[in-house]
Design a protein around this ligand. Structure first.
Ligand code: TRP
Length: 391
């Protein structure tokens, strides 16, 4: 790697095969950057387990599929260091060192953490409804016990109250165990220590390579802010080891999934780089368009149409004309989709071919080779860190 180039670090959790959203949003940019910078592209496999440790079972397959597509779109392992987080144990070590520099309340303020929390709480809100129904029934039974007492049916009243007390005890125990206060400030048990520390591990990812520039999406900005705070605190408390990394927010074309939401594997609305032509065709033909454009001659709104977004990305030459004609009601969705099928299958063909050109063994070798290179850098930084901390 040449001297004097600035260091870029970015990463992705291994989710498997890449889709058009990844290509437009991240990978095209990574490919450009590898010529100008010293780039480290990380397979963040430990991060993939933070919301569910059982995902470990799919990780190897997902790494393989993801890296295959990175290579296919032009990530060049001669130019950029492609490495796997878990092959470089220094990530875990630096994460530990950093964990001492971050307060619990600071992590509680992390927006991605807060989102996850409210997602889980919303899910649990459903359970609360059932509890409410249970409470109504308890009230009824209490009324009945009171009536027994008024009628001096003491034994019956006693029996009723006993049963109620037992059930109340049970419920209290149960709710204590599973963390009763769903709406209060308590953290539900679905949240692991690892998830809580997610951004601290990310800070270690970046700073282990003394990353100066971090290409990320806007949603990741809070994580970078925490990384910067950690770097500053480490430098102040121990010794000036780390640069203060800057985000690189590149304007990327927006790609919608075939249902009009953000393209994502988990929404089942993605067109994968590895999809063969007939699958691409099927997905595009089934895709939503502007729901207001019912007939061929209705004017459409390209800005909300997944089909147009893909034209804009893959079909730069024709996009302007398509936009104009769609708005004017001169282009029907069927024809517009037909043209997109041609363009997308043509653009994906060489990518698919390159992806299949690697054997599994070759992909693993590239990952191992890159990880070895990454580890050398990581070891050097970790030596500096220990020197700074312990002298
Ligand atoms: N958190 C990032 C994401 O979900 C992935 C990631 C892990 C990352 N480590 C990183 C991104 C370091 C940039 C730098 O997209």
């Amino acid at each position: 790697m040449e001297k004097g180039k600035k260091v870029i670090l970015s990463g992705m959790r291994p989710t498997g095969r890449m889709h058009i959203g990844h290509l437009a949003g991240v990978l095209t940019n990574w490919v450009k950057l590898q010529d100008e910078y010293e780039c480290y592209y990380e397979i963040a496999d430990w991060h993939a387990l933070t919301d569910n440790p059982a995902k470990a079972r799919e990780v190897n397959t997902n790494v393989l599929g993801m890296v295959r597509d990175w290579l296919a779109v032009g990530i060049d392992p001669e130019k950029a260091t492609v490495f796997r987080q878990s092959y470089v144990p220094e990530h875990a070590e630096l994460h530990l060192a950093f964990s001492m520099l971050v307060s619990v309340p600071r992590l509680l303020r992390n927006p991605t953490f807060k989102e996850k929390l409210s997602e889980i709480r919303k899910r649990k809100g459903m359970t609360r409804m059932t509890l409410k129904v249970g409470r109504l029934q308890v009230e009824e039974e209490l009324e009945q016990a009171l009536r027994f007492l008024r009628e001096e049916e003491v034994v019956k009243a006693e029996r009723m109250l006993h049963s109620l007390i037992n059930r109340a005890k049970e419920e209290v125990m149960e709710r204590l165990a599973e963390d009763a206060s769903v709406e209060g400030s308590a953290i539900p048990p679905e949240i692991s220590y690892g998830l809580f520390g997610y951004p601290v591990l990310q800070a270690a990812d970046i700073l282990l390579y003394k990353g100066e520039i971090v290409p990320i999406g806007e949603d990741q900005l809070p994580h970078l802010e925490l990384t910067r705070e950690i770097a500053r605190d480490f430098n102040r408390i121990y010794a000036p080891v780390f640069p203060i990394p800057e985000p690189l927010l590149t304007e990327t074309p927006k790609i919608l999934g075939t249902d009009g939401r953000k393209m994502s594997k988990s929404y089942n609305n993605a067109i994968f780089l590895s999809d063969p032509p007939h699958v691409v065709e099927e997905k595009i033909k089934k895709s939503v368009t502007d729901p207001m454009k019912v007939r061929r001659n209705d004017p459409g709104r390209p800005e909300i149409c997944p089909i147009f977004h893909m034209h804009a990305f893959f079909n730069g030459d024709e996009a302007e004309g398509i936009e104009r004609e769609c708005r004017a009601g001169k282009l029907g969705c069927v024809a517009c989709k037909g043209r997109l099928v041609e363009v997308v299958t043509e653009k994906l063909a060489p990518i698919r071919e390159r992806a299949e050109g690697y054997t599994d063994g070759e992909v693993w070798e590239i990952v191992e080779e890159g990880s070895k290179r990454a580890k050398e850098v990581a070891e050097r930084t970790m030596a500096e860190v220990k020197e700074a901390v312990f002298g």
